[in-house]
Design a protein around this ligand. Structure first.
Ligand SMILES: Nc1ncnc2c1ncn2[C@@H]1O[C@H](COP(=O)(O)OP(=O)(O)OP(=O)(O)O)[C@@H](O)[C@H]1O
Ligand SMILES: O=c1[nH]c(=O)c2[nH+]cn([C@@H]3O[C@H](COP(=O)(O)O)[C@@H](O)[C@H]3O)c2[nH]1
Ligand SMILES: NC(=O)CC[C@H](N)C(=O)O
Ligand SMILES: [Mg+2]
Length: 521
């Protein structure tokens, strides 16, 4: 890779991923690796600078240590929180438990400093930061100066400018630290002098060359969902190897309105990608008949999906590769998941769960990218903005948005109601002219298989209920219900009740996650 690179060593902080995002936002490529990355691997990575993350442990008496020889590589090092404590510990200073723990907002008094130079324009002398620590640096390592402190933290910033070693006790990666982004930019762009050349248009050539080299003359299959990740992966791989790529698009009868048509039009017709469109609605519907338990439904859909995909992939001549839209957060989270014993709330199904008997090699060209980068890449590859900035759509589709037993009739009603909701969201804007579709992270309709009484045209109706769900979230782990304007909700309700015969009542879901989840099943 010809890019300048920053290495982030992860000591287990909850927010390490944000450090990587901030560096990427400065258009510098970076990677996150475990704290115990071997020195040889660090040298081979050839970083322009190293960032040591925070972490839950205490550096004294713990075994969570990086190889201290990294300080002698001649590249700048920035230690954040635990990272700074590790730096102090290994360079001859000392760290001990503080008598006061500090969580949340703090004001750091700063002296003129190499690290913070130029960050304050007119606001000299202070930083508004976010702290989360119990330990403190109690003795400075040799040659270091204290350049920032708070009332309860005598060493909030320490630095040794001749070696370009910097430690900060607070977290610059979180947005609560007001000048955090500027500080990270100062480290990465000025101190490490990394070139900000990491942009998606630049990345295309490199990614294309890599795919060609990996795949050679062999054939690739990809499960295309019409979602963002698989679509961008398809466009990128197609750019690299053209007809050697075949996409399999499975219509399980639980897709959004006209989804199949849209996907075929976009990929097969406009981009000239080979797409096999499988209409498997009958298979899915018959397997789902009579089943109302959410987990059982998910498992049936997941298993059937694999069966259909496997059958189709086997028909393709000489396919040796399975391409997937795995992205960097998936990679980081699945590494973390190995040690994480969280409760399973829902079994998410992805083609990621394909059995090894498929005997295909994995091609994952997006595995270094964050979602916002994947979107930029999609635009750079010529996919329409509207498709690339779409809300996520779950693999089991409407199957988890029809409560209880799934029936074709319900899916048809729901598809139309959902389409009206999305159309109105795209059409209405807030005062700044941003559409409500873009202001929400995910929005959809849910089918409730209960009937209620209504009156239309002086006649009695006894029809089904649809719930509207719209949430705002940055990570989908927690979410707020979206405060949509009443007038917009009113229009959606009117249109659904008037246009979708069989639905006579619309309600709005005002539950956050937690305690509710985003999908109803
Ligand atoms: N109907 C489908 N046909 C073929 N492959 C599918 C289908 N639904 C899901 N997949 C596969 O499962 C993978 C995971 O789905 P997931 O929803 O996480 O990602 P996505 O659909 O690509 O993007 P997004 O997160 O924007 O929805 C997809 O990348 C795709 O390869
Ligand atoms: O690809 C997927 N396969 C699934 O089985 C699945 N279940 C939920 N989701 C999506 O995940 C996010 C969080 O959803 P929940 O709050 O309902 O768990 C939301 O964005 C959901 O749409 C899925 N995505
Ligand atoms: N967030 C951190 O990195 C905390 C470091 C260390 N565990 C402390 O409490 O000080
Ligand atoms: Mg999807």
């Amino acid at each position: 890779m010809t890019q300048d690179k920053i290495l982030i060593l992860d000591f287990g902080s909850q927010v390490t991923q944000l450090i990587a995002r901030r560096v990427r936002e400065a258009h510098v490529y970076c990677e996150l690796h475990p704290y115990d990355m071997p020195l040889e691997a660090i040298k081979a990575f050839n970083p322009k600078g190293i960032i040591l993350s925070g972490g839950p442990n205490s550096v004294y008496g713990s075994e969570y240590h990086a190889d201290p020889a990294l300080f002698e590589l001649g590249v700048p090092v920035l230690g954040i929180c635990y990272g700074m404590q590790f730096m102090a510990h290994h360079l001859g200073g000392a760290v001990e438990a503080g008598n006061q723990r500090e969580f949340g907002y703090a004001r750091v008094q700063t002296a003129d400093s190499d690290l913070t130079r130029g960050l304050f324009d007119g606001e000299a002398g202070g930083l508004d930061v976010w702290m989360s620590h119990g330990d403190k640096v109690s003795k400075l390592p040799e040659g270091f100066a204290i350049t920032g402190k708070t009332d309860s933290c005598p060493v909030a910033i320490m630095e040794r400018a001749d070696k370009r070693w910097y430690g900060i006790q607070f977290h610059p990666e979180v947005t609560h630290t007001k000048q955090g982004r500027a500080l990270l930019n100062r480290f990465v762009l000025d101190i490490c002098a990394a070139q900000p050349s990491w942009t998606m248009p630049n990345y295309i050539d490199e990614a294309v060359a890599k795919i060609r080299e990996q795949v050679g003359g062999e054939q690739v299959v990809l499960g295309l969902s019409g979602g963002v990740d698989s679509s961008v992966a398809a466009a990128l791989i197609h750019r690299a190897i053209g007809d050697q790529l075949t996409c399999v698009f499975v219509d399980h009868g639980l897709l959004r309105l006209n989804e199949g048509k849209k996907v075929m039009e976009m990929f097969a017709r406009n981009l000239g990608v080979n797409v096999v469109h499988i209409d498997a609605a009958d298979d899915f519907m018959s397997k789902l008949a009579g089943v109302s338990d959410p987990e059982q439904k998910r498992k049936i859909i997941g298993a059937e999906f694999v069966a259909v995909f496997q059958r189709e992939a086997a028909k393709l001549h000489n396919a040796k590769w399975l391409a997937q839209g795995t992205i960097y957060p998936d990679v980081i989270e699945s590494a973390g998941a190995k040690t994480n014993k969280a409760h399973a709330i829902k079994s998410h199904h992805n083609v990621g769960g394909l059995p090894e008997t498929l005997n295909l090699k994995l091609l994952e060209p997006l595995r270094d990218l964050f979602k916002d980068e994947v979107r930029e890449l999609g635009v750079a590859l010529g996919l329409p903005r509207e498709m690339v900035y779409r809300h996520p759509f779950p693999g089991p589709g409407l199957g988890v948005r029809i409560l209880g037993e799934v029936k074709r009739e319900y899916a048809d009603l729901l598809r139309r109601a959902d389409d009206i909701f999305i159309e109105e969201l795209r059409r209405s804007t807030d005062d700044n002219g941003t559409s409500w579709y873009d202001l929400t992270s995910q929005a959809f309709a849910v089918f409730l298989p209960v009937k209620s009484v209504g009156v239309m045209g002086d006649g009695r109706t006894y029809d089904y209920v649809v719930a509207l769900r719209a949430v705002v979230t940055s990570d989908f782990m927690t979410a707020h219900w979206a405060e949509l304007p009443y007038a917009l909700l009113g229009r959606v309700s009117n249109r659904i009740i008037n246009e979708v015969r069989g639905i006579n009542r619309v309600v709005y879901d005002v539950s956050g996650k937690p305690p509710a989840t985003i999908e109803w099943e």
